[in-house]
Design a protein around this ligand. Structure first.
Ligand code: DON
Length: 304
């Protein structure tokens, strides 16, 4: 039996001493003030045992991690029709690059680069009656926690400065791959990214990806083939141009966000979330990657 609590306590202690903690994202001004010294980790296993260490109960901005949840909601509605509008290949480019999008005629490489997530947002805006309320209700169902909500200040901060996303949405529109109004879609996208959760809540939200599409109360949100696809995309595209490195070091499907969170799953075993706001040069949490490498190496567990 693996002593997860002991292992994550020692990971937290060793990472507290690290000086090079990366740099907190500042291109969304409202994120810039987060304390770089924060570090939290939470694991929930298949038997619902929970293990927490560090700042695991502090809220942070989930940012791109929300793309896994919007993708899941989207394929629960239109299933494989999504792949007519978004690809499934890693881009090898940073999350906000636009050159490939033009080169590939407005079909984003995958749903986790910003352009792909904006197409997913467009589909949700088309299909949900009250998109922002309905998406939040989906997260409340996954987590069984109705306290989770948008951070309006962060959404506004990104709206004021999100020129590249505005460019992406317009480029998509010019290729006919955005059906709704640019402002409406971006309002939804900036809001989904602004959702705040702590490590524990996010572990609960990701429970379906390690549990065949069923959440903790047994309700089914995705079928097994859909979960296969979401996990495959996390493994190959979840860390943008560092997806290979994450698979190599950690060996789990996962997704990062510029708020410093990383959510990852070992199917049938556990969901783990780390939060450390300093980012490395590729925009992924510096210490989160280290913590997860230590976790899978010390426990000799990975999908491989
Ligand atoms: O669209 C953006 O740039 C942000 N709202 C999300 C980017 C992000 O989290 C990239 N992930 N590491």
């Amino acid at each position: 039996m693996i002593d997860y609590q002991n292992i994550i306590n020692s990971i937290t202690t060793s990472l507290k001493r690290v000086d090079d903690r990366g740099i907190v994202a500042s291109y969304i001004p409202e994120l810039a003030s987060v304390d770089v010294n924060k570090f939290g980790i939470h694991i929930v296993d298949a038997d619902l045992n929970r293990f927490s260490s560090g700042d695991a109960n502090e809220l942070f901005s989930i940012q791109s991690i929300s793309k896994v949840l919007s993708l899941s909601k989207c394929i629960s509605i239109i299933d494989n029709d999504l792949w007519k509008r978004v690809g499934v290949e890693p881009s090898g480019d940073p999350f906000n690059h636009l050159s490939l999008l033009e080169f590939e005629n407005g079909i984003p490489r995958n749903p986790f680069i910003n352009a792909g997530a904006i197409v997913v947002a467009d589909i949700l805006v088309s299909h949900l009656k009250n998109p922002k309320e309905d998406f939040l209700a989906f997260i409340h169902e996954l987590t069984n926690d109705t306290s989770i909500t948008y951070n309006e200040k962060i959404a506004q901060s990104e709206k004021d400065t999100g020129f590249r996303n505005i460019a992406a949405a317009n480029l998509l529109k010019s290729y006919g791959n955005l059906l709704n109004d640019v402002d409406t879609v971006l309002d939804f996208y900036f809001h989904q990214c602004s959702i705040e959760m702590n490590c524990e809540q996010l572990s609960d939200a990701f429970f379906i990806f390690m549990n065949h599409g069923n959440c903790q109360n047994g309700k089914t949100f995705l079928n097994i083939n859909q979960v296969k696809r979401v996990n495959a995309l996390m493994l190959t595209c979840g860390f943008y141009d560092e997806a290979g490195e994450f698979a190599f070091e950690v060996g789990l499907p996962g997704k990062s966000g510029v708020g410093g969170g990383i959510a990852a799953v070992l199917p049938n075993e556990f969901t783990v979330v780390t939060w450390s706001p300093g980012l490395n040069a590729k925009g992924n949490s510096e210490l989160g990657m280290k913590a997860l490498e230590q976790l899978t190496t010390q426990t000799s567990q990975s999908i491989f």
